[in-house]
Write a protein that binds this ligand. Structure first.
Ligand SMILES: [Zn+2]
Length: 379
C-alpha cells in the first residue's frame, strides 16, 4: 500500500487513497482558486477568501472521486472488481483487477468518466445560473463548472492512458479483435500527444518569458505531457509483456526448484538465507509438511532490531491464507489473480503437492528469454 499513498476512506467498499503528490497539488490548486476569487473583488477578508478556496478545492477533489466512481460502478456492473481509487497529480485512477474482456465493456467503462464530469459541470452551471445575487456562491459554482468541463474535455484526448485513449483502444479493438495490438496503437498515440503537449508547453513558456508574462501555463502543460509520456510508455511495456505471455501456462513460467526453510528459525537467520540463496520467497516446512510461505516482504514487516527475537512462524503467510495456482492455468489469468490479491509470488500445486512457485522474477525471466528469442528470429 506504500506506493498508493494514504487511505482516507471507502465508498462502495472501494478504498480511496490520496497519493503523496496530492498534498502539494491541493495547496497549489487552493492557491490558484484563491487568486482567481481575489481577482473577482468579492470584498472578503483574507481568511474567508482562503476558506472559500479550501472549500472549492475540496469540492473539486470530490468531483474527481465522483468521476472515478462512475468508472468503478460500470466496471462492477461487468463483474470486474475495483481494487482501489487513487487521487494524484491532476486526476484520479480507478484500478480494476483485470482488463475488460470485450471492447464494448472497455468503451462503456471509459466513457462513464467524462460523462459524469460533464454532468457535474452541468449541475454546477445550473446552480451558478440560479445563484444570481450571491456573488460568493456564483464564484464557487462557476469555477467548479468550468474545471469539471475542462476535466471532461481533457480526459477525452485520444491518448492512452487517458479515458479518451481507452475509448480509442476499445474502438480499434472492436475492429482488429487484437487486444495487445490495440493497446500498443493507443499507447503510441498517447506518446505522440504527450510529445505534442511538451513541445507546445515549452513554446508557451518561452513566449511567456520573452513577453515578460506568465510562464506557468506553459510549464503546467509540459509537466502534464511529461507525466502522460511516462504512463503511456509503461502501458506499452505492459502490453508487450502481456503479448509475450499469451498462450503460456503456469507450468511454463514457474520455477520448479523450491527453496525451503524451517518455521523455527529467526528472522535474522532468514535474512542470511535470502542473501545466501538470492531468493526472496521460501516455502516453510515443519515435519516435511508445508505450513506456509515466507517472503522478503514479510521479513521487512518487522523492524530489523527485532529480527533476532522473531521467528519465521510469526510473520509467514500461513497455509490457510495462501492462494494457489494450478500448472494448467493460463499464465495471464494467474498474473491478474496475483495483481488482484496483491501477491508477488504464488505456489503451484498439482495432485496435492507443491510442484513449483511463480514469482515476479520467474515471470521476468520468461519475458526476457522471449524478447531475446523474438529479436533473434527477426520476429
Ligand atoms: Zn476517467
Amino acid at each position: 500500500m506504500r506506493s498508493e499513498g494514504i487511505q482516507i476512506g471507502r465508498i462502495y467498499r472501494i478504498p480511496i487513497f490520496l497519493h503523496f503528490s496530492w498534498f502539494f497539488i491541493f495547496a497549489l490548486i487552493t492557491y490558484s482558486f484563491v487568486s482567481e476569487f481575489d481577482a473577482l473583488h468579492l470584498d472578503l477578508p483574507a481568511w474567508r477568501l482562503l476558506g472559500l478556496g479550501l472549500v472549492t478545492s475540496a469540492l473539486f477533489f470530490g468531483s474527481l472521486v465522483f468521476h472515478e466512481m462512475a468508472h468503478s460502478v460500470v466496471a462492477k456492473h461487468y463483474k470486474i472488481p475495483v481494487v482501489s481509487i487513487t487521487l494524484f497529480v491532476f486526476g484520479g485512477v480507478a484500478r480494476i483487477s483485470r482488463d475488460p474482456s470485450r471492447a464494448i465493456e472497455e468503451f462503456n467503462i471509459a466513457v462513464a468518466g467524462p460523462i459524469s464530469s460533464f454532468l457535474l459541470a452541468g449541475g454546477f452551471w445550473m446552480v451558478y445560473r440560479a445563484a444570481e445575487p450571491n456573488a460568493i456562491l456564483r464564484a464557487l459554482t462557476g469555477s467548479l463548472a468550468w474545471i469539471n468541463f475542462s476535466l471532461a474535455v481533457f480526459n477525452l484526448v485520444p491518448g492512452f492512458p487517458l479515458d479518451g485513449g481507452r475509448i480509442f483502444r476499445a474502438i480499434v479493438w472492436s475492429f482488429t479483435k487484437d487486444y495487445s495490438r490495440s493497446t500498443r496503437i493507443a499507447a503510441r498515440s498517447g506518446q505522440a500527444i504527450a510529445y505534442g503537449m511538451i513541445g507546445l508547453g515549452a513554446i508557451l513558456a518561452v513566449n511567456g518569458y520573452m513577453a515578460r508574462g506568465d510562464m506557468i501555463q506553459g510549464m503546467w502543460l509540459a509537466f502534464i505531457g511529461w507525466f502522460l509520456l511516462t504512463v503511456a510508455r509503461q502501458s506499452r511495456a505492459q502490453a508487450d509483456a502481456r503479448g509475450a505471455l499469451e498462450g503460456l501456462r503456469v507450468a511454463d513460467i514457474m520455477t520448479a526448484d523450491l527453496p525451503t526453510v524451517g518455521r523455527e528459525i529467526s528472522l535474522e537467520d532468514y535474512a542470511r538465507e535470502i542473501l545466501r540463496t538470492g531468493r526472496r520467497a521460501h516455502l516453510v516446512v515443519a515435519h516435511e509438511q508445508l505450513v506456509g510461505l515466507m517472503t522478503g516482504e514479510a521479513l521487512h514487516s518487522v523492524p530489523q532490531a527485532d529480527w533476532d527475537v522473531t521467528s519465521v512462524q510469526a510473520v509467514m503467510l500461513p497455509k490457510e491464507k495462501l492462494h494457489w495456482a494450478a500448472p494448467e492455468e493460463a499464465a495471464l489469468s494467474l498474473l491478474d489473480r496475483m495483481r488482484m490479491v496483491g501477491m508477488q509470488q504464488m505456489p503451484v500445486i498439482a495432485g496435492g503437492n507443491v510442484v513449483g512457485i511463480v514469482t515476479r522474477d520467474s515471470i521476468l525471466r520468461v519475458l526476457q528469454t522471449r524478447s531475446e528469442l523474438g529479436s533473434f528470429a527477426g520476429r
